[in-house]
Design a protein around this ligand. Structure first.
Ligand code: NAP
Length: 505
């Protein structure tokens, strides 16, 4: 099949392709590679930014890195024996994904600077009609959405925000033009992103004020340089690299027990590790108390860093736990009326996570809109298919996130499941393949029952939940996910061949 030109679509006519993939991040690239392997070459990857890499392109704040070790945080089929650190930094991870796009010939398929505005399913033709914000259009038999869960920066609505006289930016939109040396800086938030940039900016700032609403459980990060001699060994004996990958995976997987049930033996062991880490790095008992969470470990994402506690112990760093009342032109005013003068505010306040796939307006069968269907909390079947939205596959969709292991492992398992479904649509010339509503409902009942006894159901605020329902996280170990995804269950789907559809019309 011929390659589709992603720059086309500008004409009044929509460009016809077999598949449209939304997003050129880790999931979208994976989908492209696997389609090519299946001999499907006429697909486009529509990417709103001007690079591949998704979150690893957006998040270029100082200190950005992955808290899953690099020898695991890479595709299983595309190892990199040359990672320079145990936990690679963002530039190296981005370079990895750019290299993947080159090596697998994906760049010719990618339409950079293409923001997908909407997609609507045409039930008669059995195609998705996809529209970009600039008016370009495509029609595709298959729609794969790999838009990610953490791509829309979120800032709370604090009064006076727009009146701040200094500079302000979100951690995922880091302003590289601003030199923080000698500045009075605030970090609103102390989550996974903040604990990575705070150690980098604390030594530069005249004063750094961290506005902490809740504290986090933090465990050590066994980071180290990987030497050229080790690279040579990994290249010469790939079995060593494979063994290391398996070891990292197994250590992470062994932590699942701590998430499966709060108060379990595994959870106590992990909490002890976190408490020992805090005690070893913070000697001031008052500060230790400020930094000790009041919810079970794992309820919010566990943070992995050796640098955060030493940074907050610096004399020029202060943690403020009082709520923010308002932002004034000169800085931040707390609830008690204390005014903290500032030059720069960094919003480390995370992402919009409730409205999966927003702002893309997706319309399925009978005109139903995904935003409406998911208004009370997103759900899918096995995280990838959604009833009423045939021939559409979501990557890193509802209930596929983890607290303990690599998301790349999960995405590869999703693709293992999706590919035979795509094959079925194409080989049998189906107009639609749609998961049966009762199958999806039963799956989600089981999933939510199981999630109810996990640590995420405990009393803490986290982006894993939407109005109390756990919409983001998978309910078991990654081995259980793998077992579930390797069995393709066509009887869970309504399959409508083209002839039957014509006869019905
Ligand atoms: P986040 O974990 O959602 O943290 C947001 C922070 O902002 C929290 O400390 C939160 O406090 C605070 N906050 C929100 N509203 C506030 C308000 N009105 N006043 C004061 N503080 C407020 O966001 P993130 O740090 O960007 O991380 C998001 C996710 O990205 C992570 O969970 C992780 O999955 C991913 N991530 C991964 C890595 C990696 O190494 N792989 C690195 C960075 C990020 P509360 O805790 O009280 O809500």
């Amino acid at each position: 099949m011929a390659e589709a030109d992603p720059r086309a679509g500008a004409a009044a006519e929509a460009t016809r392709v077999t598949a449209v993939i939304v997003g050129a991040g880790m999931s979208g690239l994976l989908a492209g590679i696997k389609l090519k392997e299946r001999g499907i070459d006429d697909f486009v990857i529509l990417e709103r930014s001007d690079s591949v890499g998704g979150t690893w392109y957006d998040n270029c704040y100082p200190g950005a890195s992955c808290d899953v070790p690099s020898h695991l945080y890479s595709y299983s089929f595309a190892p990199n024996p040359n990672w320079t650190r145990a936990f690679a930094r963002q530039p190296e991870i981005l370079a990895y994904f750019r290299d993947i796009a080159d090596r697998y010939g994906l760049n010719a398929h990618i339409g950079f600077g293409t923001e997908v505005a909407g997609a609507a399913f045409d039930e008669t033709a059995g195609t998705w009609r996809v529209a970009a914000a600039d008016g370009r259009r495509w029609t595709a038999r298959i729609l794969i959405v790999g838009a990610g869960q953490l791509n829309r920066p979120w800032t709370p609505d604090i009064p006076g925000k727009d009146g701040f006289a200094g500079v302000q930016f979100h951690s995922a939109r880091w302003n590289r033009d601003i030199d923080l040396t000698g500045q009075r800086v605030a970090s609103i938030g102390n989550g996974a992103s903040a604990v990575q940039y705070i150690p980098e900016i604390a030594p530069l700032a005249e004063k750094l004020t961290i506005f902490q609403r809740s504290s986090n459980w933090i465990i050590p990060r066994p980071d180290e340089e990987i030497t050229p001699a080790q690279h040579a060994r990994f290249r010469r004996f790939p079995i060593l690299r494979k063994a290391l990958r398996l070891l990292i995976y197994s250590i992470n997987e062994s932590r699942w027990g701590a998430f499966a049930r709060a108060g379990s033996w595994a959870s106590k062991r992990l909490e002890k590790m976190a408490r020992d880490h805090l005690a070893a790095q913070v000697h001031d008992p008052k500060l230790r108390e400020t930094l000790t969470p009041d919810y079970p470990i794992g309820c919010k994402r566990i943070l992995i860093t050796d640098d955060y506690y030493p940074a907050v112990c610096r004399p020029n760093v202060e943690i403020v736990t009082e709520p923010i009342a308002r932002i004034v032109p000169e800085g931040i005013e707390t609830a008690s009326g204390r005014r903290i003068p500032l030059d720069v505010i960094v919003w480390g306040t995370g992402f919009e996570t409730a409205g999966f796939l927003m702002p893309i307006d997706i319309t399925g069968r009978a005109g139903q809109r995904l935003h409406d269907v998911w208004a009370k909390g997103a759900e899918a079947y096995r995280g990838v298919t959604v009833t009423g939205f045939p021939n559409m596959f979501v990557m890193y969709g509802p209930n596929t996130n983890l607290g303990h292991n690599s998301i790349i492992f999960m995405s590869e398992r999703q693709m293992d499941y999706i590919l035979p479904l795509i094959d079925t649509i194409l080989a049998r010339d189906l107009v639609l393949l749609d998961v049966k509503p009762e199958v999806q409902a039963a799956y989600n009942r089981r999933l939510q029952d199981r999630l109810a006894s996990t640590v995420w159901a405990a009393d803490c605020g986290s982006w894993y939940k939407h109005d109390g329902k756990i919409t983001n996280n998978w309910s078991g170990s990654t081995i259980e996910f793998w077992r579930q995804m390797r069995r393709v269950d066509l009887d869970s789907y309504e399959l409508v061949p083209r002839e039957r559809s014509k006869a019905a019309a």
